[in-house]
Ligand binder design. Structure first.
Ligand code: LLP
Length: 428
């Protein structure tokens, strides 16, 4: 991992050419530092093939759940992306940041009446219906509004892809989407809805996936579904949304291929399936989240207590933990870390990085080799740009860290650090 680290002349870790230790001093720790240029490059790895090479036209929607703040919505908009939102809160953030409503795709397995009304009133471009029940609700709502959103139906494609495996099973046991295998999806898509602007199909096969095959298989299943619907009702639904899921590098064990190649392989999967079934190229959407922001972010902490338990383990405690990164406690996620002041120093000590929460499982990295560390040293955990800030909590009333965006040697504050006052502001 250290081979991809950037440093300045003094050998200090940089993000967006800004000195990480200087940023820690200026903004305090824990601190999320995002590399703006890196985010932009990740976005372009999707938009270039999609907008310049795919003949059917398309839209790349950044899955805002990965990291949802106003500034990332602005960057996505500037780079020509739309947004995937899954709640009124994400929708509100996107609209507040100036994302055009027609480029927003609204997801969720249990959208409330208020959330749906908010989407219709603001002119959201697309809603992904998650159930038969919701299609009926949307059909009724479409009668009441002038320009109702286009509706896609989320389908369970019967594919489950994990980092290192890919299985095609029934996989009916999921709270998301409508069954393909049972024929429900074809039946609902071929139905003559009275008011609904039914535009197409959506699927999402998982997250942190490195292989092309699951995406290509999903693409083929979705194109075949358009063909099946055409056979029944004589019309081709014009859109396919293949969700997100491209994997990123957290540790050396992860070897993703370049995003642009992964995107091209998916596009080619869609094109080949269209040729196979004689289906016109659909308008294509993808919703990458992790692969846009994940490897563009780090979290900088200050080390506190170093507890050596002879013959057992050395715990190195930092000033954050599961409150700003719950991914170890939730998924046993693996991360790499370095000391910003000496990122290439020999790693001689095996330690476990833990947080400061009242929970034994509050660990960030188990058994990592690091140079010898002391109270007061800085520690940077790498690849924390996705699903860290967005899943952070105030457990133990820890205040959420600040977020800065670094670019060309400078950093701008994008989210202020929470204050103690913020923590009690809704308490009565
Ligand atoms: N579209 C849909 C419908 C999704 O459910 C998701 C992720 C995405 C797009 C974006 O997927 P991505 O490109 O980020 O893989 N909290 C977990 C990840 C949950 C992903 C949920 N859905 C984690 O920290 O690993």
């Amino acid at each position: 991992m250290t081979d991809i680290l950037k440093t300045n002349k003094q050998g200090v870790l940089t993000v967006g050419d800004a000195d990480v230790s200087a940023l820690a001093k200026e903004f305090g720790t824990p601190l999320f530092i995002m590399d703006e240029e890196h985010i932009v490059q990740n976005m372009r790895a999707y938009t270039k093939p999609m907008y310049e090479e795919y003949k059917g036209g398309g839209l790349v929607c950044y899955a805002s759940k990965a990291f949802c703040i106003k500034e990332i919505c602005r960057i996505a908009h500037r780079e020509g992306l739309g947004l995937d939102v899954v709640s009124g809160g994400e929708l509100y953030t996107a609209l507040s940041a100036g994302m055009p409503a027609d480029k927003i795709c609204f997801h969720g397995n249990n959208k409330s009446a208020e959330e749906l009304a908010m989407a219709f009133e603001n002119g959201v471009g697309r809603i992904v219906a998650d159930s038969e029940e919701e299609l009926f609700i949307l059909d009724a709502m479409a009668a009441e509004y002038k320009n109702p959103p286009k509706v896609l139906l989320r389908v369970k494609p019967g594919i489950e892809a994990h980092t290192h495996e890919f299985i095609q099973t029934g996989q009916e046991d999921s709270k998301f989407g409508v069954s393909l295998a049972s024929g429900d999806a074809v039946r609902l898509l071929s139905r003559n809805w009275e008011h609904l602007a039914l535009a197409g199909v959506h699927c999402h096969i998982g997250s942190q996936i490195f292989e092309d095959v699951p995406f290509i298989t999903a693409a083929e299943l979705m194109v075949k579904l358009l063909d099946d619907v055409h056979k029944i009702c004589g019309r081709y639904l014009p859109e396919i949304n293949l969700g997100g899921g491209f994997g990123i590098r957290y540790t050396e064990a992860d070897q993703p291929r370049p995003l642009q190649e992964a995107m091209r392989a998916t596009i080619s999967g869609v094109e080949k399936a269209c040729e196979k079934y004689g289906v016109p190229y659909p308008f294509l959407m993808v919703e990458p989240g992790r692969s846009i922001v994940g490897d563009a972010g780090i979290t900088v902490y200050t080390i506190g207590t170093v507890k050596k338990i002879p013959g057992i383990r050395t715990y190195v405690a930092v000033d954050g933990g599961m409150a700003d990164n719950p991914r170890y406690i939730m998924y046993q996620a693996a991360y790499d870390a370095v000391l910003p002041l000496q990122p290439h120093a020999a790693r001689t000590e095996k330690v476990t990085i833990c947080g400061k929460c009242c929970e034994s499982g509050d660990i960030l990295i188990r058994d990592i080799l690091l140079p010898e560390v002391r109270r007061g040293d800085l520690l940077a955990v790498l690849s924390t740009g996705a699903y860290n800030y967005s899943m952070s909590s105030n457990y133990n009333r820890l205040a959420r860290p600040a977020v800065v965006m670094a670019s060309k040697g400078k950093a701008r504050l994008c989210v202020r650090r929470e204050s103690y006052e913020d923590l009690i502001k809704n308490d009565l």
